[in-house]
Ligand binder design. Structure first.
Ligand SMILES: N[C@@H](CCC(=O)N[C@@H](CS)C(=O)NCC(=O)O)C(=O)O
Length: 229
């Protein structure tokens, strides 16, 4: 399998399936296509007409879009826990992932994924707060509803596709210090502490690129790439 992804520091959509594939222990090669540079469109066009990453190429088949890649992995590796084993939990996990795929525009617009900074808490607008409250609620619903204790680290116990889908949102809530409940914070810490996420972030911090439009606040509390400042 060959995986084409965007900058690890900023590409939220790329992070999702990459994290899932790593967490599942799948083997793949990867190419990072730098976003927002002159060559971006041409480089992506070589692998997909959709003009977006991530793109998975496997056995002559091209799979674009993070959620489609997730379902492809489920079909190709039916023995891997892509989705929860329990049917009710599986349906819930698919609903959460679809909601993530199509919603939370305010949060996504105001707080781009940026693994290189920590920003001070501030009012990011009512719509962002509404998105964060909905996310907090559905995380708790996943962890309570399906017969698990809220002490289980991930949404349905074991790390699955729904956790991967929400990983970029976890980083956004963390980067911009958006207020969340204690159980949500504990969940975020579990995702941020997952070895696959740490591997991604370590590589992200070594990247040389800065995408100005994703650097939203002028002043950061912490800059994890001071050599680029
Ligand atoms: N719905 C798509 C969205 C993919 C997407 O928007 N990717 C962004 C990067 S995170 C992209 O490729 N942008 C192209 C560009 O910046 O030129 C998915 O889930 O894979």
């Amino acid at each position: 399998m060959h995986f084409y992804i965007g900058n690890k520091l900023y590409s939220s959509w790329s992070l999702r399936p990459w994290l899932l594939m790593r967490a599942l222990g799948l083997k793949f090669d990867e190419t990072v296509i730098p976003l927002n540079v002159e060559t971006t469109a041409q480089a992506i066009a070589k692998v997909s007409g959709a003009g977006k990453v991530p793109v998975l190429v496997d056995d002559g088949q091209t799979v674009w879009d993070s959620l489609a890649i997730t379902e492809y992995l489920q079909e190709k590796f039916p023995d891997k826990p892509v989705w929860p084993a329990n049917p009710q939990a599986r349906t819930h996990a698919r609903c959460l992932s679809a909601e993530m795929h199509s919603s939370f525009m305010a949060l996504r617009g105001a707080c781009p994924m940026n693994l290189g900074k920590h920003y001070a808490r501030k009012d990011r607008g009512a719509d962002v707060a509404t998105d964060a409250a909905r996310i907090d609620h559905i995380w708790l619903e996943a962890r309570q509803n399906l017969g698990q204790s809220t002490d289980a680290p991930f949404l349905y116990g074991e790390f699955c596709a729904a956790d991967a889908m929400f990983a970029p949102v976890v980083t956004r809530l963390d980067t911009y210090d958006i207020p969340v409940s204690d159980p949500a914070r504990a969940y975020m810490d579990a995702v941020l502490g997952h070895p696959a996420f740490i591997e991604w972030r370590t590589a992200a911090l070594k990247e040389p690129w800065i995408i100005e439009q994703d650097e939203v606040d002028e002043v950061a509390i912490e800059n994890f790439r001071p050599h680029l400042a």
